[in-house]
Write a protein that binds this ligand. Structure first.
Ligand SMILES: [Mg+2]
Ligand SMILES: [Zn+2]
Length: 185
């Protein structure tokens, strides 16, 4: 029997402004650029046994700025860049919705962050243990509701120059390695 012990720890990551430079409605794979320290942090986390899970709002799809296929190409480019560092994203979960967007994406969904739908799916589909997991974004909405799923408050990190407590993913992950968790948001 597969017990609770089999559940894996994960690092939930926002994409834009967290792993890559935020280009605002990025649709061109050529514009994908890793942020300082991101690849190194993800490589270390992978080594330490964390499943890397990207959870991203892409309302540019609902706004008609780009298609899901174009978003897929951006994610493939990111995968290529990370592969150069031996890093593999376990899965990317994406919300394409926006209530004021265009059909069929103009719905009030359960998956647009800060809602938790995508995180719930990831935890169920990948067999993740929230209590041993960590999460980072560049905005509070990326992580603020995660304690509701059992991810510890102190395992959450906001990175970047805006509202960030950490300059980059590497500084966050160093804290996790030292203390087991981050410092909270
Ligand atoms: Mg972001
Ligand atoms: Zn959604």
């Amino acid at each position: 029997m597969k017990g609770h012990d089999a559940a894996r720890k994960a690092w939930f990551l926002d994409r834009d402004g967290t792993i890559i430079v935020d280009r605002h409605y990025l649709s061109d794979p050529e514009q994908v650029e890793l942020l300082e320290g991101a690849a190194q942090a993800l490589a270390q986390a992978q080594q330490a046994g964390y499943l890397l899970v990207v959870v991203t709002n892409q309302s540019g799809i609902a706004r008609g700025y780009f298609s899901e296929a174009e978003a897929d190409r951006v994610d493939r480019r990111l995968a290529e860049l990370l592969a150069e560092h031996g890093v593999t994203i376990a899965r990317t979960y994406r919300c394409p919705h926006l209530p004021e967007g265009k059909p069929p994406y103009d719905i009030v969904c359960d998956c647009r962050k800060p809602r938790l739908g995508l995180f719930r799916r990831a935890i169920a589909e990948l067999g993740i243990d929230p209590a041993r997991s960590i999460a980072c974004g560049d905005k509070p909405r990326d992580v603020e509701r995660l304690p509701g799923l059992g991810i510890p408050q102190e395992a959450l990190g906001i990175i970047g120059p805006g509202e960030g407590r950490y300059p980059d993913l590497l500084s966050f992950f160093r804290t996790v390695q030292q203390h087991g968790v981050g410092l909270g948001i």
